[in-house]
Design a protein around this ligand. Structure first.
Ligand SMILES: *Cc1c(COP(=O)(O)O)cnc(C)c1O
Length: 369
């Protein structure tokens, strides 16, 4: 049977009755948009994080857009982030009218090199946008100190880091706001698109609620500043409430898969994921590195194993961002990684048998490549 890096069908079979019951509850409730399920999920997702406010939105990209706008980011501003991320991080900055500014990542863990951020700050910088990439957190303490010194907002991109911890603090509680995606592949995934923003600040929460609702005060139905329609649907919120109760179990399942890869591949020349000091990794994707990446992926296809690259093109080299003026060579670590990384199958319901198939094929290929 063909294997891919992600599959949800086994998980659905195991959770089917609960999910269909959640769908049925919503469909029978008489309220399909901004009702009890969204309010309940917002309360429970905030509670899981021990943070004051959660606003459910339609996807992770718009979670970033709304978080930035709620903190006052707009045209003329600069936002410092990384090019080594999913393109939507940068698309979101662009959507606010602000200009993305990139720093490189660290060779050992592929995360934002916080030491480079100070040099990227200009009088126009308004916010810092660290991406907790692949399931582990950016080194937040020095970044938060810099933000404080320069009076900058900090928005955490938590789309890949549900439940990840950094020196005991949970991802999404360290900045002024944090954006989550519930795209189906994510560590907490809906059955379609979804997202949320967390914030400890009541004023930012109020801004977010207007921004997702055309710019209207929900109570008065009048627009002060025209904004977006970015609401989380009731049906996804109700499914997510059930899945949130299992988030820690999903994470444990992902760690179990990562531990087996680590044991079975330790004696190969594949570079395995490294967890930075103080981090608890949730393995949204299991990214490995090898100079002969393309040949390995090609050879594994003969075993009917179809792997992904997260991500094959650094954002600063994409034609849609040519106007930013970056060129090949500007972010050498990011560019090197894009040529050498690939992802192994990773999801909590991945069976040991399926994992053994990947391990066996990979060992066979690595021995001859
Ligand atoms: C998935 C992802 C997003 C975008 O989330 P969507 O729900 O797909 O819009 C943003 N940033 C990162 C790092 C992501 O992985």
């Amino acid at each position: 049977m063909a294997m891919r890096v992600w599959d949800y069908v086994e998980e659905y079979e195991a959770e089917r009755e609960e999910i269909l019951a959640a769908v049925d509850r919503v469909f029978r409730s008489g309220q399909l948009v901004l009702g009890e399920s969204v309010r309940g999920f917002e309360r429970e997702f905030a509670g899981y994080h021990g943070t004051a406010h959660c606003v459910g939105v339609d996807n992770g990209t718009n979670a970033l857009v709304l978080a930035l706008e709620a903190l006052g980011v707009g045209p003329g501003d600069e936002v410092v982030t990384v090019s080594n991320t999913a393109a939507p991080t940068v698309v979101a900055i662009h959507s606010t009218g602000a200009t993305p500014v990139f720093v490189d990542v660290r060779e050992e863990d592929f995360l934002m090199d916080v030491k480079q951020v100070a040099a990227a700050i200009t009088p126009r910088t308004r916010a810092l946008l660290p991406v907790h990439l692949y399931g582990q957190c950016v080194d937040m303490e020095p970044l938060l100190r810099l933000a404080e010194e320069h009076g900058l907002a900090v928005v955490e991109d938590c789309a890949q880091a549900h439940g990840a911890r950094h020196h005991g603090r949970i991802a999404g509680t360290m900045g002024h706001a944090a954006a989550f995606s519930f795209y189906p592949t994510k560590v907490l995934g809906a059955y379609g698109d979804g997202g949320a923003v967390l914030t400890p600040d009541a004023g930012v929460d109020a801004n977010l609620r207007r921004l997702r609702f055309y710019g209207m005060e929900e109570r008065y139905y009048t627009v002060a500043t025209p904004a977006h329609n970015s609401r989380l649907d009731e049906v996804h919120a109700e499914i997510l409430r059930g899945k949130l109760a299992r988030l820690d179990a999903y994470i444990e399942g992902r760690r179990r898969v990562a531990r087996r890869y680590a044991e079975a591949l330790a004696d190969t020349d594949l570079i395995l994921p490294r967890t930075a000091p103080g981090n608890d990794h949730v393995y949204y994707v299991h990214v490995v590195r090898h100079p002969r990446r393309d040949a390995i992926i090609e050879a594994l296809r003969e075993h009917d194993i179809h792997l992904n690259i997260s991500y094959p093109w650094p954002v600063h080299t994409m034609s849609g961002f040519a106007h930013l003026g970056y060129s090949e060579g500007d972010l050498p670590v990011t560019e090197r990684l894009a040529r050498e990384i690939f992802s192994l199958p990773m999801y909590p319901s991945l069976s040991e048998g399926a994992q053994d198939k990947v391990i066996g094929a990979l060992r066979e290929v690595l021995a001859r490549i």
